[in-house]
Ligand binder design. Sequence first.
Ligand code: ZN
Ligand code: ZN
Length: 484
Amino acid sequence: MVAIARRRAADDVALLEPLLIAAETRAYELLGLGSIQEYGARLFGWGGRQTRERLRVASAMRSLPEMRERWARGELTYTVVRELSRVATPAEENEWIAWATTGGVRRTGHEVQQVVMRHRRGARPTDAPAPFEEQRVRVVLEMSGSEASRLAEVRSVAAQRLGHSVDDETLAKMLFDAFLRGSEAGERESSPHQVKLTVCDRCGATERESGAEGLVPVDPVVGEVALCDAQVLRAGERAAQTVPPATRRAVLRRDEGKCAVPGCRHAAFVDVHHIDRQVEGGGHELANLASLCSVHHDAAHRGRLVVRRHEGDLRFERADGQPYGAIGGAADTARCASASQHFEAVVAGTGSERFAREALRPAAGDDPVKSPDPTAGLAPRSQCGEGARRDELAPRSQRGEGARRDELAPRSHAAEAALREEVAGLLTSMGYRTREAEWLLDRALAGDELSVGRAPSKVELLRAALRAGPPRVEARKGGSRRRR
Ligand SMILES: [Zn+2]
Ligand SMILES: [Zn+2]
């Protein structure tokens, strides 16, 4: 038992830096996960509070090397270190360690907590207790589940406002200040943060109004997320909510008022996401909509989280097609990173997220897409001129007919060459070398996955080429074209 305890303490210490790095680099986002808390919950079974505390302790240990060392040797436990790090600064570090380990006695976390609570930060263990106002006091709240989830919602709103996770004291302070300051200030604060974005209908180029600099370009994914569930303002028209309010309520009710991603508890800033984007012909049917928190919404448009319809239900996958919530090692994360870069490259090349989802889908099994390829009339983003407007696109019915006619056309050499060139371009934008792309296309066109007697569609050919492997590319450093 003693040996195991020592090993566990060493493991706890070994975890400190990787945990901080995971939080700082947000590597968990590559797996589609919404937060470091969710990562901690799935990997270690920690509650949100424990993950927050582990992170606080990890950053405290950077300036308390002796405590860290004694912990690594198994002389201190996690709970003791967690409490000591609330009071100890480098100046009193050794005194607190000596106090906690006097005469070889192993104090419990609770014992240490009782003493630590009565001291302010930077005090010595021998100091007289701090006045009550400066002591730490544990307050336990008991309430119904519905109020508890509202409390969690308030915490997540506070975290979004501050840009970092919020501890109990900060949360309480914000609530008390807002309450005591009166309704006037409270109302002003609670109005949602609004940013006016200008998004090109045709290519998705997005600009934000910035006081000093005029229009500045923003990440196109930000524009897509905004367009997906936004009040769209057009010159000369009244503001119209994209999703009718009744539909919005129905979606939120179906998804239990929170983000629909399994395991995600975010109930604040929930957007209504269109699985097939409106610009690609997706409508406001319940089956095409999903409630997503802002983090998962962003992940969905980056291809880090894939939302699919499956037997009348929603299915969530990581970029590489594994079920959402699966966590493997570094190679696993790299595969997700590579897959989402492929997604962004294909979206940049075709202008269609649905096309990218279909082409990169690793295995059959989800509901077939009934409508014809809606991307026939969409220009690649890079070719879009500034003046492009939605009405330059052919009406949807015509595009549909054109696409259907394409699919029924017999294989012709000229058409096949053009298609081949286009798919080769997509493959190279995904990081394949020209030679590899040609090799994959040769294999795909010679293989039996494509049906004989009719020209394959673009999505079929790209899928077949990607399955013709083995040339694999790892994630490129520079990111995809779309990000530049
Ligand atoms: Zn969306
Ligand atoms: Zn979420």
